[in-house]
Design a protein around this ligand. Structure first.
Ligand SMILES: O=C(O)CCC(=O)C(=O)O
Length: 277
């Protein structure tokens, strides 16, 4: 259970670092499963990756897919460290029988092997290429999902501008995102995590990533939201269309099944809407 100070910090600054984000007994099995999956991805036998160019990668996708054959990832997502924190931050019930939460993306961020990599400043779901007023309206309306990084090794790759999820971008931020996205921004903060720590953050904070090849990164990167809040996220249902196979639900721990049922309900609604277009 989070304290009211923790929830207030999340609301105000758009992020919250949690010390015990990964159950201690899961850290080592998660490292081993992650390393196996990274090897498969680098060898080309797991296709869902974030491309760093020249055959290198900076991320791996769809960790819960049955073909990954690593049940520890679902065990981690089913833990109260995850579901209770997300439910508290969204002020909803996490209890299985009445949860409005739905299962969403479960990915991993990794260090590239051969060349340092970086990605520029952005907000995940709101473009800065609109008027400040429209940007602010979109930011204030997009408050129904949580994204997080849970570090299995030390991690200092994520940079954020605290509080930037609650206001339109300044002129300088706007110009930086559009024209010089790798340059420093005023008030930027490097998020430093020890193994087992996690940062829960609003995906619309201005943020970027810096990925040195020499520092091992195995950081679980996931999002979870309410069914209502994800209504407009067509891309989510497209990326996760493999999760609409009902037999996938049977592979999940009990605690995640209601979240999968919620996902299925929304995905069916989206598919029906697309078919009627
Ligand atoms: O590497 C990170 O922690 C940030 C990743 C990121 O910005 C994204 O997935 O949009």
């Amino acid at each position: 259970m989070l304290t009211s100070d923790q929830i207030e910090q999340y609301e105000l600054y758009g992020f919250l670092i949690i010390d015990d984000a990964v159950a201690l007994n899961l850290v080592e099995p998660l490292r081993q499963a992650s390393n196996r999956l990274v090897t498969k991805t680098r060898e080309g036998t797991w296709p869902h990756k974030r491309d760093a160019g020249d055959g290198d990668i900076w991320g791996v996708g769809h960790l819960l897919h049955p073909d990954v054959c690593e049940t520890v990832f679902a065990e981690y997502i089913a833990s109260s460290m995850v579901i209770d924190v997300v439910a508290d931050l969204l002020s909803v019930s996490g209890a299985p029988e009445d949860t409005p939460l739905q299962l969403e993306l479960v990915n991993m961020l990794v260090n590239p092997a051969t060349t340092d990599h970086q990605i520029g400043w952005h907000r995940d779901l709101v473009s800065v290429e609109q008027s400040s007023q429209d940007e602010l309206t979109a930011l204030l309306g997009a408050r129904h999902g949580i994204q997080w990084n849970a570090a299995l090794y030390e991690d200092a790759c994520l940079q954020i501008v605290p509080g930037s999820h609650r206001r339109a971008s300044t002129q300088t931020e706007r110009a930086t995102v559009q024209h010089r996205p790798m340059e420093a921004l005023q008030d930027q903060l490097v998020v430093r995590l020890d193994p087992g720590q996690g940062v829960y953050y609003n995906a619309n904070l201005l943020h970027r990533g810096v990925y040195p090849r020499a520092t091992v990164r195995r950081t679980l990167h996931a999002c979870m939201g309410t069914m209502e809040g994800s209504e407009s996220r067509e891309d989510l249902y497209r990326w996760l269309s493999w999760m609409t196979d009902a037999s996938f639900g049977e592979t999940l721990p009990e605690r995640l099944r209601p979240l999968h049922v919620n996902f299925m309900q929304m995905a069916r609604k989206k598919i029906a809407a697309e078919d009627s277009d």
